[in-house]
Design a protein around this ligand. Sequence first.
Ligand code: 3PG
Length: 213
Amino acid sequence: MNELQKRISQIGVVPVIKLNNPQRDAKPLADALCAGGVPVAEVTFRAAGAAEAIRIMTESHPEMMVGAGTVLTTQQVDETIAAGGKFVVTPGLDIEIVQYCQQKGITVFPGCTTPTDYHAAFKLGLEVLKFFPAEQSGGLAKIKAMAAPFPMFQVMPTGGVGLKNLGEYAACPVICACGGSYMVTADLIDNGKWDEITDLCKKSVEIVKEARK
Ligand code: 3PG
């Protein structure tokens, strides 16, 4: 793992964020995440303005690791880098995007859930993969089964992860960190419930710590 991946692994959770109003929400959201001990965010390109959100969060919190999610094109990789983003997450394994990120020197976490995906990721020299959509693809049982032929990977499960199952995932030694939107839902963001977000972050970090003991 590189330094960024190690730092993400130490935190253990990655909030997956969709921001419709970055001008209003990006800064207070970054404040709330950092106050909760989670200075990391995957800002998805599912909302226009993702690059702007990455820029605002990175400028207001230079210590934060802000990356882009749902990256589907190399142009979005360029936008991420220009905005100061530190990593790229893709829903599937797109060889062109992975190689483009490698060329540009930005960490990439492609979504992988099958032996074919893992095999391709191995050839590409990757070490940490997003496992997406985690619960719907077989969850922890599948992650463990995949680790038998592919013990070289750490994974970031995302999709269906929440406070109820975070501990189970985090206890598994091949899990780098768990991603999820549960701590940054549309309701929490749209209604400015920043303290609740901070609390959810704190709870999540605590659960990960307990699980790894
Ligand atoms: C993602 O893009 O990683 C997922 O949609 C997040 O999944 P969740 O909303 O179930 O946490």
